[in-house]
Design a protein around this ligand. Structure first.
Ligand code: AR6
Length: 186
C-alpha cells in the first residue's frame, strides 16, 4: 500500500529491512549502539563489522561515552548493506504506567530520524516497527504513533519516500488500519 502525502509517499510493505535499497534504513537499536537481537542484530549482521566500529566512534566522539537517549537518532554509513546509511534510534521499552511519556519518545524516534535524513539530503528511508519486538510496545498503539508521526512530517516537509518495512502480514494489517484512518478520517 502506497499513499501520497504533500508530494511525498508513504508505503507499507512486508520485507526484510536489510534488503531495502532506500538511501537510509532505520535501526531499532539500544542506547549502547553495540548491536543486539531482533532487527538490530540482523542489520549489524548484514552490514558487517565496520558498522559496530562506526557506532563505537559515535559513542566516543559524539556522545562522549554516554548512551544514546531514547527517542534520539544518529547516522552511520551502511557499509555492506544496499542502503547507503543506517539511522540508529532507540525506542522506548513499554511500561503501561508511563505510557504518554513513552508515546512522545516513540514519536521522537520517527521525527528525529526523518529530520536527520533530511539534514543529509536523503530522499528515501525505510523504518522497522520500532519498539514492538523485544521492547514489547502494544502493536496497535505503536502503529498509530508511527503512522501519525511520519504523516505529520511528510505533511509539512518536502522529503521523498518513507517506507514502513514490516516483518509479517499481521503487522502489515495493523499498520494499514492506522494508515486508512489518516487517509479517510471519519
Ligand atoms: N526486517 C524488518 N523487520 C524486522 C527484522 C528485519 N530483518 N527483524 C526483526 N524485525 P525488535 P525493539 C521486526 O525486537 O522492540 C534489540 O536487541 C520485529 O519483528 O528488533 O525496538 C535492540 O538492541 C519487530 O516487528 O526491536 C534493543 O535492545 C520489529 O522489527 C531491542 O532489541 C522491532 O523488533 C529493541 O527492541
Amino acid at each position: 500500500m502506497k499513499v501520497e502525502i504533500n508530494g511525498n509517499t508513504l508505503e507499507l510493505t512486508v520485507a526484510d529491512i536489510t534488503k531495502q535499497n532506500t538511501d537510509a534504513i532505520v535501526n531499532a537499536a539500544n542506547g549502547t549502539l553495540m548491536g543486539g537481537g531482533g532487527v538490530d542484530g540482523a542489520i549489524h549482521q548484514a552490514a558487517g563489522s565496520k558498522l559496530v566500529q562506526a557506532c563505537k566512534t559515535i559513542r566516543e566522539q559524539k556522545l562522549h561515552g554516554e548512551r544514546l537517549s531514547t527517542g534520539e537518532a544518529v547516522i552511520t554509513n551502511g557499509f555492506q548493506l544496499p542502503a547507503a546509511y543506517v539511522i540508529h534510534t532507540v525506542g522506548p521499552v513499554w511500561n503501561e504506567s508511563n505510557a504518554s511519556t513513552l508515546d512522545q519518545k516513540l514519536m521522537n524516534c520517527y521525527i528525529n530520524s526523518l529530520q536527520l535524513a533530511s539534514n543529509y539530503d536523503l530522499s528515501s528511508i525505510s523504518f522497522p516497527s520500532i519498539s514492538t519486538g523485544i521492547y514489547r510496545y502494544p502493536l496497535d498503539r505503536a502503529a498509530q504513533i508511527a503512522i501519525r508521526s511520519i504523516g505529520q512530517y511528510l505533511q509539512s516537509h518536502r522529503f521523498g519516500e518513507a517506507t514502513m518495512t514490516l516483518s509479517s502480514k499481521d503487522d502489515y494489517y495493523v499498520y494499514k488500519t492506522e494508515l486508512d484512518k489518516i487517509i479517510n478520517p471519519t
